[in-house]
Design a protein. Structure first.
Length: 185
């Protein structure tokens, strides 16, 4: 009996830690959906049932899955310079109040930039839960419509891998993999 209980303990330790729905506690897979609580700008992991339930509105907003690479957005180099963002990657979110917020990822997290900015494509975004992601690092001129959780994932990746003043080689390799992954999704 002692051997059996010890074996059971060892087996339980090897089971992968399951993620859980932050609303009902049900186990969820790695490819689960997210809900946004707009007032706190907080993402919650959701099981399929909770995602479907909250897709109808209310306190939480279901984060969509649309990922679309855009051509001809109209964001010129001059317009980018006028934004005076200190980095070459940023994402723009339109709020339910139709205000555009710009964020750029940094080693300290997502930093909001106060600006007045408008592009036609911003009016096609679902408020609060979709973003225009702009990648201009290393000469890129890429524009994507992505779910807001992708932007938070990019911020987390930068926070996790950043080293020194310029980020280091690892963080830029991870950023490259992130954008390559958008292409595959």
């Amino acid at each position: 009996m002692i051997a059996d209980s010890r074996l059971a303990q060892l087996t339980r330790r090897r089971e992968p830690a399951l993620e859980r729905c932050e609303l009902c506690g049900a186990p969820i897979g790695a490819d689960h959906r997210h809900l946004l609580e707009p007032e706190q700008r907080e993402l919650l992991c959701a099981c399929r049932a909770c995602a479907l339930l909250f897709d109808r509105g209310g306190r939480y907003r279901l984060v969509p899955t649309r990922r679309e690479r855009l051509e001809g957005v109209g964001l010129t180099d001059e317009m980018w310079e006028e934004l005076r963002l200190p980095v070459e990657i940023a994402f723009f979110v339109r709020s339910a109040e139709d205000r555009v917020q710009a964020y750029y990822p940094s080693p300290m997290g997502a930093t909001e930039s106060q600006l007045t900015f408008d592009l036609e494509v911003l009016h096609t975004l679902e408020p609060d839960v979709e973003a225009l992601l702009v990648d201009r690092h290393k000469g890129a001129r890429e524009h994507w419509i992505v779910p807001i959780d992708d932007c938070f994932r990019l911020v987390g990746l930068i926070r996790t891998h950043w080293q020194g003043l310029t980020g280091g080689r690892d963080v830029w390799a991870e950023i490259g993999r992130f954008f390559d992954g958008l292409e595959r999704r």
